[in-house]
Design a protein around this ligand. Structure first.
Ligand code: 2P0
Length: 324
């Protein structure tokens, strides 16, 4: 096969990945665990042909710059080298991550591209092995190969730093995304992580507690103890941001509306609604909740945020081929 099309969904980490042990190979300092989200995905089409004279990368039907394309070419090289091919490749990606969601799409983008290249080259690697390739595009892409709750085991080398499925999250799990600010983040994850690892005195504590949290959340998922899953999730995000606040200079992704969202969720909890916040390398707040309560939570959050700022998602599936 020289053509293939694959869909991959984005994911939100409950136990965060923050810090690289190897910046070239994208090996993380700690293992992480995420929830793949329905409704937020990337469709990627690749074609390998000896008629192409260069790699081409279209994003949402727009041909990308040589700089953007060079990043993709380096990623494609991993597959070309493995498959022993030298042909140029055309990549067309369509992001179905609503702009209003204010979410980065590198996780779904590199997972979809890895999936499409796996098929187009005929390599047909299993998903765990393929996740070690997706990782080389963006760390969080490792986890988007699978649906539901997914663990990214940090491993000991490029070959075993991979994703494994944990649970399909089909037990009334959902998220309400609060798009506080959808403009591009000021400090990239790559830079933010590096600065935290190198300068924050809290960083070793982050790594140690992330490993403990991972064991605890897997136990809670197995027991379907939603309250425990939520508590560990919120604590993990706050500890990650705490490690950043200790960096020199401090990295602050919080905006006034992020804090407003955190307090609004606390107020909902005081009313007996089980919901918990998590935040990534940006000001947006994601609320882990029962999917059956997401509509009610969204309505309550409308007191502070507009309709366009609030998006509900259930658990998403892993990567899959597109036939059309
Ligand atoms: C995560 N984040 O676990 C963490 C939590 C943001 C905060 O993975 O440098 O785009 O490409 O590996 O994966 C976002 O960073 O960074 C991220 P790279 P990535 O989801």
């Amino acid at each position: 096969m020289t053509k293939a099309a694959v869909r991959a969904h984005t994911n939100i980490a409950l136990i965060k990945y923050w810090g690289k042990a190897d910046e070239t190979l994208f090996l993380p300092m700690n293992s992480s665990l995420s929830l793949t989200l329905d409704g937020l995905y990337t469709d990627t089409f690749v074609e390998i042909s000896d008629t192409f004279t260069e790699d081409q990368f279209y994003l949402n039907d727009v041909l990308q710059s040589p700089e953007e394309t060079a990043k993709i070419s380096r990623f494609l090289d991993l597959f070309r080298n493995k498959a022993g091919i030298t042909h140029f490749i055309q990549v067309k990606s369509i992001n179905h991550v609503p702009t209003a969601a204010g979410l980065a799409s590198s996780a779904s983008a590199f997972a979809a591209l890895a999936g499409a290249m796996n098929r187009a080259t005929g390599l047909n690697m299993d998903l765990e092995t393929l996740s070690t390739y997706a990782r080389r595009g963006s760390g969080s892409a490792t986890r988007s190969l699978f649906g539901g709750f997914v663990e990214w085991q940090k491993g000991t080398s490029s070959e075993d730093s991979m994703a494994v499925p944990v649970d399909d999250a089909s037990w009334d799990i959902g998220m309400v995304i609060i798009a506080v600010n959808k403009s591009a983040k000021k400090i990239s994850s790559r830079i933010g992580m590096k600065q935290t690892v190198e300068t924050s005195p809290f960083y070793p504590a982050w790594v140690a507690s992330a490993e403990e949290d991972l064991l605890a959340i897997k136990k809670a998922i197995k027991a379907r103890d939603f309250e425990k899953v939520g508590q560990i999730t919120e604590h993990s995000a706050m500890k990650m941001h705490g490690s950043m606040l200790g960096a020199e200079t401090p990295i602050i992704y919080f905006e006034p509306d992020s804090i407003k969202a955190i307090h609004a969720v606390r107020a909902l909890r005081e009313q007996g609604i089980l919901c918990y916040v998590t935040m990534d390398a940006g000001p947006n707040v994601k609320v882990l909740c029962r999917l059956s309560e997401a509509g009610k939570i969204k309505e309550m959050l409308r007191e502070y945020f507009s309709e366009e700022q609030l998006l509900i998602s259930g658990p998403g599936q892993g990567i899959r081929p597109l036939t059309a």
